[in-house]
Design a protein around this ligand. Structure first.
Ligand SMILES: CC(=O)SCCNC(=O)CCNC(=O)[C@H](O)C(C)(C)COP(=O)(O)OP(=O)(O)OC[C@H]1O[C@@H](n2cnc3c(N)ncnc32)[C@H](O)[C@@H]1OP(=O)(O)O
Ligand SMILES: N[C@@H](CCO)C(=O)O
Length: 465
């Protein structure tokens, strides 16, 4: 039996033996997991705080159908190059990486040259993928930079498909009449340096023609902001009306305000921190080890092997996802319910609790749209985050900030607890302190779109001298 989280026993049919019919179903698995894999009814506590489509007419999410799947397995990734119909997965190889030749969708690209890295070395020929909304005005003073979190990308709003593996992650933020109206603002969002959705990252081709893989250098949040600065310079922009981001995106937003004080008028930091804490680094360690210990990781050089460390990446996502949510939410939604058609107390090949099925789902979903090496690079960049490093400490670094800041926490965030926002707010020269009330913990900054929208709208409405 494959134990939960085991790193051995990747479903062998995932990539297929030579000549195998890759479109054939994995034994015991269903083709259309959304409808058939989690056949129970779960009820969300807070009707009205969910995204459209997550809350049923009676306030519950209906999961119907019966399709047990052995405990501990990630949802199987579809065969390479075969996205599920309608899943929006559009990369040609089907490995979660956007590559040249894939549909570009809304992406544009900036070749920003060589980046001299904070911890040494030079990353040559860096390219950053980005999207924009609205029009740059003549004064070039209506620019808002939106910074994505760990597994987000430049697709802040919009549909999946046409080059974009996922729908927008802040879908109600930008649009006519929305908190960031493209009739007024010119919005830029870039895929982070080290990512896998068009910007230079470990899956990109190095100068020797092979993927960077294990050779991709250590990059810090400061390096990432340096690359973004070049993108904006390319666009003829030297000043941001606002920079806004949550979690890892909040780290970059803050780094902008610290490293380029003259360029940032407003800085909105959600569910984030001025430095990665011991607790955050500790959670990250287990995630990094989960990936690195997957036999298919091959030291990071797996791109040509035909196998990917999906089990490790899925395990990392499971660990992370628990930290993104709350004990109360999981209890409320899943309790001790078995997944329908499964018996978690059965000896031997036991079935799953519903919460296990839920985590399996998130593990499989990420493995289909993200690259494990990028996950490592970005996680390590988050661990590097400390605005006070080599700047005389936290207070001295934050004292440089001239932006009007808004520091936002989620009341139930156990990963980036509100006290970190209190600390940041107290050390910033000009800061408003806002609170998101949510049952969903850290992910509240993504889920509570109405509250985020109100906060962003108000922050943008505050006049700047
Ligand atoms: C909207 C997007 O998906 S954005 C995609 C890009 N993602 C990013 O940029 C990163 C940010 N996004 C995230 O981290 C997450 O996707 C979040 C925070 C948006 C998810 O938040 P929520 O909307 O609360 O989703 P939630 O955690 O309830 O998970 C819902 C999923 O679990 C599934 N699920 C629920 N119960 C079960 C169960 N018992 N077994 C299996 N799956 C289950 C739901 O059907 C749903 O599937 P789907 O997302 O594939 O449609
Ligand atoms: N759910 C978010 C959390 C990271 O802050 C993500 O995957 O990016």
């Amino acid at each position: 039996m494959t134990s939960p989280g085991s790193l051995v026993g990747n479903p062998p049919s995932r990539w297929g033996a030579p000549g195998e019919d890759l479109a054939a179903p994995v034994p015991g698995a269903c083709k259309r997991e959304h409808e058939e894999w989690y056949p129970m009814t779960v009820t969300h506590r807070k009707q009205g705080t969910r995204r459209p489509g997550h809350v049923g007419a009676a306030g519950g999410v209906q999961h119907t159908g019966v399709a047990p799947f052995p405990s501990g397995r990630a949802t199987p990734a579809p065969a390479p190059g075969h996205g599920r119909p309608g899943d929006g997965r559009v990369d040609q190889r089907g490995d979660g990486v956007w590559r040249d030749g894939d549909p570009v969708g809304r992406r544009r690209f900036a070749d920003v040259g060589d980046i001299e890295l904070e911890r040494g070395g030079v990353l040559p020929g860096v390219r950053i993928a980005y999207e924009t909304w609205g029009t740059l005005n003549e004064a070039r003073d209506n620019v808002i930079l939106v910074e994505h979190a760990l597994t987000g990308d430049s697709h802040v709003v919009g549909e999946a498909g046409d080059g974009h593996a996922s729908p927008g992650w802040w879908n109600s933020l930008i649009g006519p009449g929305r908190p960031v109206d493209p009739g007024q603002w010119f919005v830029v969002a870039a895929n982070v340096l080290g990512g896998c959705q068009g910007s230079t990252g470990p899956a990109s081709t190095a100068p020797d023609g092979r993927p960077w893989g294990s050779r991709f250098p250590y990059v810090t949040v400061r390096d990432q902001v340096k690359a973004e600065h070049r993108v904006l310079a390319d666009l003829g922009i030297d000043r941001l009306a606002a920079v806004v981001g949550g979690s890892m995106g909040g780290m970059r937003a803050l780094e902008w305000a610290v490293s380029r004080p003259d360029a940032v008028e407003r800085c909105i930091v959600l569910a984030s921190t001025a430095y990665a804490t011991a607790d955050q680094i500790a959670w990250c360690q287990s995630q990094l080890l989960a990936i690195r210990h997957d036999p298919d990781f091959s030291g990071g050089d797996y791109y040509a092997s035909g196998r990917r460390p999906d089990a490790g990446l899925g395990l990392a996502r499971r660990i992370a996802h628990i930290t993104y949510r709350t004990e109360a939410e999981l209890g409320q939604r899943f309790g001790r319910e078995p997944q329908l058609g499964e018996d978690p107390l059965q000896a031997g090949e036991r079935g799953r609790f519903a919460v296990e099925s839920y985590l399996d789902h998130h593990a499989g979903k990420l493995a289909r749209r993200f690259d494990a090496n990028s996950y490592i690079v970005l996680t390590e960049a988050m661990n590097s985050h400390d605005v006070g490093r080599d700047r005389g400490g936290l207070r001295a670094a934050l004292a440089r900030v001239t932006a009007d800041c808004t520091v936002v926490s989620v009341d139930t965030d156990r990963l980036y607890p509100p006290r970190l926002s209190d600390e940041l707010h107290a050390a910033l020269p000009a800061s408003e302190r806002e609170h998101i009330v949510s049952d969903f913990g850290h992910d509240g900054f993504l889920i509570e779109e109405d509250q985020v929208g109100r906060i962003v709208r108000e922050a943008l409405g505050r006049p700047r001298g």
